[in-house]
Ligand binder design. Structure first.
Ligand SMILES: NC(=O)C1=CN([C@@H]2O[C@H](COP(=O)(O)OP(=O)(O)OC[C@H]3O[C@@H](n4cnc5c(N)ncnc54)[C@H](OP(=O)(O)O)[C@@H]3O)[C@@H](O)[C@H]2O)C=CC1
Ligand SMILES: O=C(O)CCC(=O)C(=O)O
Length: 466
């Protein structure tokens, strides 16, 4: 029996007659998303990719259909948009848009990063917030999902301009966040500098509450290993996947995209595992070095000097720089680790990945592969570690930072790193367990979606109509 919430229009469609209840319910939720927000294409991509994998869970739990759980899951609890006025060094006045989407608080306070990039929109923040819900669930830690940011472009701005922007942004955001309510952190364009400015602005308005943000400096409640966490966690996850498949990272050739926080520490940990990272990139182009990329130099150029990655090739004799996407560079290698941004790998680029004999793709960035690229991995027997599982190390250590703030203690680097490693192993294990339970044939994407979803779903059911 289909629930009463399935529209007659939908029910009457011929093709629906032959599909299961679960399938038709999922299609009806997709229709609702499309009808409500037809222009939110990135959110649709993220939501549909998850919904399409949940059919076996709904078959097992028809009560979720009766409770219209999926339609509630894809609707944010709250979406805040605000004006961010700020002044540049030349005295001009500017206005940007600020966002915070508090997506789901079933299993804990809202948690997720802030992104500063011209491409930020409600659509982008919604897709990231939705991903964050299931990602945070996978960590096993008590954190709900959120995301925020602004279309402000920090590139080329002075420290004073970035500070004034952060102060203005926080003047509004502060009324919506708190250590037990919503705890933002970094993402693209938001690193230690920005978190420091945001924290200072929050403190002036509300007093010292160090649990209100994570990714803080070590002198005001930051956690050791948080800067490294997403990149290191990506490699711990990749290591766990390869181990389960009887393989190792030693002597593997790896392509990394990006040259920011996630990419830098992914390169470091991959190198420590005995692999050679042959590329990194920024939004202009990529560097190829067959001898292995030096993560310290990447960090110096991109984080300290705030320069362009082409400068790497000017300083290292064996390295070459090329304009364009690293995913168009044709060379045989073993593992692809996209660590830049969403939709950076197209279907054609995925075909090149397959032609280049890549066996594994694990995602450091959020949603870097378009759906057709993911299908191409599957068609070519490439093992695929989806972002919400593979890059969960950053938010996991953010949650550990919250724990340290609550007990007013700082754990050693080794303690945090060991817990991160355990969490990433566990994420792979529970994704693999879901894959096996539902006989998905080593579909770790579906496994991660299901494992993340089950905890949120059970909790939402337990909490009544939320
Ligand atoms: N920081 C974290 O803890 C986490 C981050 N992530 C995800 O990882 C990815 C990278 O984040 P992070 O390293 O923190 O960000 P950073 O701002 O530190 O670095 C981003 C990198 O990606 C490049 N990049 C950004 N946009 C584009 C684009 N449109 N095309 C090509 N390259 C681009 C940047 O190049 P350029 O310098 O030219 O802009 C830069 O090299 C994002 O998807 C983020 O959501 C996921 C989990 C946690
Ligand atoms: O550490 C956090 O809270 C945010 C991490 C994040 O933004 C992400 O996982 O995409």
């Amino acid at each position: 029996m289909l629930g009463g919430f399935i529209s007659k229009k939908y029910f009457d469609r011929k093709r629906v007659v032959f599909v299961s209840n679960a399938k038709s319910y999922i299609e009806s939720v997709k229709d609702t998303i499309q009808r409500r927000d037809p222009n939110q294409t990135e959110f649709q991509e993220a939501a549909f990719t998850v919904l399409d994998t949940l059919e076996p869970v709904l078959d097992k739990h028809p009560e979720y259909i009766k409770a219209n759980l999926l339609e509630r899951l894809v609707e944010p609890e709250r979406a805040i948009q605000f004006r961010v006025p700020w002044q540049s060094d030349d005295g001009q006045f500017h206005v940007n848009r600020g966002f915070r989407v508090q997506f789901n608080s079933a299993i804990g306070p809202y948690k997720g990063g802030l992104r500063l990039h011209p491409s930020v929109s409600l659509d982008v923040v919604k897709f990231l917030g939705f991903e964050q819900v299931l990602k945070n669930s996978l960590t096993g830690l008590p954190i709900g999902g959120a995301k925020g940011g602004s279309d402000f472009n920090p590139k080329g701005k002075s420290d004073s301009e970035v500070m004034r922007f952060c102060q203005s942004f926080m003047t509004e955001l502060q009324r919506h966040i708190g250590p037990d309510l919503d705890v933002p952190a970094g993402d693209i364009g938001v690193g230690g500098r920005e978190i420091g400015f945001l924290f200072g602005a929050y403190k002036r308005l509300n007093g010292y509450q160090n649990g209100v943000l994570t990714g803080k400096g070590l002198t005001f409640g930051g956690s050791l290993a948080r800067p490294e966490a997403t990149g290191f966690g990506l490699l711990y996850y990749t290591h766990a996947m390869l181990k389960a498949l009887g393989d190792t990272l030693t002597n593997k050739k790896i392509k990394v995209s990006g040259a920011g926080n996630v990419a830098t520490y992914a390169i470091q940990k991959a190198t420590e595992y005995g692999a050679t990272v042959i590329t990194c990139s920024d939004s202009d182009g990529y560097v190829y070095d067959p001898n292995g990329i030096d993560f310290k130099l990447v960090k110096q150029i991109k984080e300290v000097e705030r320069g362009r990655i082409k400068e790497y090739a000017q300083r290292v004799e064996t390295a070459e720089y090329h304009d364009g996407s690293v995913w168009d560079f044709d060379i045989n290698y073993d593992i692809a680790l996209p660590c830049a941004t969403q939709n950076e790998i197209s279907k054609d680029q995925a075909k090149l990945i397959a032609k280049d004999r890549v066996k594994y793709v694990c995602e450091g960035a959020n949603m870097p592969s378009v759906p057709d690229a993911i299908a191409t991995y599957r068609d070519n027997n490439i093992y695929y570690g989806p972002a919400k599982a593979a890059n969960a190390g950053g938010v996991a250590v953010s949650a550990l930072e919250m724990s340290q703030n609550s007990e007013r203690l700082s754990w050693s680097f080794e303690t945090v790193d060991n817990r991160l490693h355990d969490i990433m192993d566990n994420i792979f294990e529970i994704s693999e367990a879901a894959d096996k339970e539902y006989q998905l044939n080593q579909d770790y994407q579906a496994g991660a979606n299901i494992a993340g979803f089950e905890k949120v779903a059970q909790t939402m059911m337990a909490q009544g109509l939320v």
